[in-house]
Structure formats: C-alpha cells, structure tokens
Design a protein around this ligand. Structure first.
Ligand SMILES: [Fe+2]
Length: 135
C-alpha cells in the first residue's frame, strides 16, 4: 500500500487531485499483485501499470502547462526529468518478464512511487514555492 501524506500536498487543486490519482492507480495495481486468489493476474497488472504511465504522462503535461503559465524559470530542466522518467519506464517493456513476475512488477511499482514522491517533495515543491511568491 502506498500511503498519501500531507507533506505531498501542493495546495494547487488540480495537481493534488492528479497526484492522488497516481496513488490510487498504483494501489490498485499493488492490491492485484498481492492477490493470490486470482490466477493469471499478470496481464491485468501490466495493463494497470501501463494505465499508470499514461496517466502520469497526462499529469506531467498538466504540470508543464501550469509552469509555463506562471513563467517558472526551471521549466525546461523539470520537463527533462519528466521525459527521462517516462522513457525509462516505457523502455522496460513489461511483457518481457518471465520469472519472478511478482517481484519484477513490485519493483517497478516501488520504483515508480519512490521517484514520484521524491519528485513531488523536491522538484514540484520548488515550482509551488515559486508560484507562492507571485501570489
Ligand atoms: Fe513534476
């Protein structure tokens, strides 16, 4: 279970809603992965992880538009972070896994959430701070 914490809140409604949605999809995937009753769950898990990546791309574009709208100076380096992260995960090619499917998918989910939360706390909070100076 990936737990949402108050410290992740940016107080920008659209951003917080989307960040929470990422947690929701990741937890859905996690729950399915932990479910030992459903056989042949891997296709479904892969599908949800792909949905997570799609939503993440959508979310990144929202953030980038927002940053442009406030004239955030570190927009480009932030965008590069987003792009490299998505590329790395897309290159994983989830269908290729063979052994230890549980462990493999769990590692991807954990990597995803670790990156996202670290990114929210360091990078996102930086443009949030900048936005506050404009208010
Ligand atoms: Fe970001």
């Amino acid at each position: 279970m990936f737990e949402w914490k108050e410290e992740y809140e940016t107080k920008i409604e659209v951003i917080d809603t989307q960040h929470k949605e990422l947690f929701k999809i990741a937890n859905e995937s996690y729950a399915l992965l932990k479910n030992d009753i459903i056989l042949d769950k891997y296709d479904k898990v892969v599908e949800i992880i792909n949905r997570l990546l799609d939503y993440c791309e959508y979310h990144f574009s929202t953030e980038e538009e927002y940053q442009l709208s406030i004239g955030y100076k570190k927009f480009l380096s932030h965008k590069v972070q987003h792009e490299e992260f998505i590329k790395k995960l897309r290159d994983e090619n989830l269908k290729k896994m063979d052994e230890n499917q549980d462990e493999y998918l769990m590692n991807i989910l954990e990597f995803f959430m670790k990156w996202i939360t670290g990114h929210i706390l360091a990078r996102d909070m930086d443009y949030v701070q900048y936005a506050r100076t404009l208010a």
